[in-house]
Write a protein that binds this ligand. Structure first.
Ligand code: IPE
Ligand code: IPE
Ligand code: MG
Length: 248
């Protein structure tokens, strides 16, 4: 029997520290974003090899619109370049790619390339890669609530019967399971509005390594931490269960 501790099905990554990585080398922040794409490529391939089912990469949050215009435009162009250039390799590796986030405000050319990537890879089964771009956990939940109200007003559902499981159906990428492991690079311990609804049981692992320096061996370390955490939880549950029986 496989238990929850064996391997995370869904890994979410807050890819932070690109700017500091570049600044520590006396380079402009955008060099860090460029190097971050290389790191992403390595981690996607590692997830394919490790038989991870779902990887969600936090590429651009709704808060990131507050950054200087030049950096925002660079990030949008970089995301579009990634979607266009990686399509063949992702497809060959059996990766299904989806956009996770609000479409409003994103440049039409980026949306076109994301749509093309999603359409070409939609039947792939090895890994689902969610690109969280213009993503906010709160907006995702608000959006789901609005969709539920619309469906209720049309008589399609009854609001009184909605379970948390039903609610998930109205989130972005509804077939994506809850996230098991959240990795944050760059040293901060914040969640920064990432996967709020789906992170109820997630294990959180933060590392000081800047994202461009994050390699597959660091991913393996995070997965080991995940397994240890779950093993500990299972042991505690067993001991607590045994004591509970003794005392009753
Ligand atoms: C993460 O790196 C990339 C994005 C948020 C787009 P940062 O750009 O936040 O890098 P730091 O945190 O300033 O070093
Ligand atoms: C989180 O990094 C968002 C992404 C990685 C896309 P930020 O650098 O934007 O987050 P804060 O500002 O530290 O919360
Ligand atoms: Mg940052």
């Amino acid at each position: 029997m496989t238990s929850r501790s064996d391997i995370p099905h869904h890994i979410g990554v807050i890819m932070d520290g690109n700017g500091r990585w570049a600044q520590s080398r006396g380079q402009p922040r955008i060099t860090g974003h460029q190097a971050g794409v290389e790191a992403a490529r390595g981690i996607v391939n590692a997830c394919v090899e490790l038989h991870i089912q779902v990887l969600t990469l936090y590429v651009f949050s709704t808060e990131n619109w507050k950054r200087p215009l030049g950096e925002v435009s660079f990030l949008m162009r970089l995301a579009e370049k990634y979607a266009l250039e990686e399509i063949d390799e992702l497809h060959q590796n059996g990766v299904r790619v989806q956009h996770m986030g609000q479409r409003e405000k994103l440049p039409p050319t980026l949306l076109d390339s994301l749509d093309k990537l999603a359409a070409q890879t939609k039947n792939n089964k090895r890994l689902t890669l969610n690109l969280a771009i213009n993503y906010s956990g709160r907006v995702e939940i608000l959006n789901a609530a609005a969709l539920i109200i619309q469906a209720h007003l049309k008589g399609e559902i009854n609001i009184d019967d909605i379970s948390p499981m039903d609610f998930t159906y109205f989130l972005y990428c509804p077939d994506v399971p809850d996230v098991d492991l959240i990795i944050r690079t760059g040293g901060e311990k914040r969640l920064s509005n990432f996967l709020l609804w789906r992170s109820v049981e997630a294990v959180y692992w933060s590392t000081p390594i800047y994202w461009p320096d994050f390699h597959p061996q660091d991913l393996s370390e995070a997965i080991k931490f995940y397994k240890d955490q779950n093993m500990q939880l299972e042991n505690e549950t067993r001991i607590f269960g045994a004591n509970h029986k003794q005392n009753n």
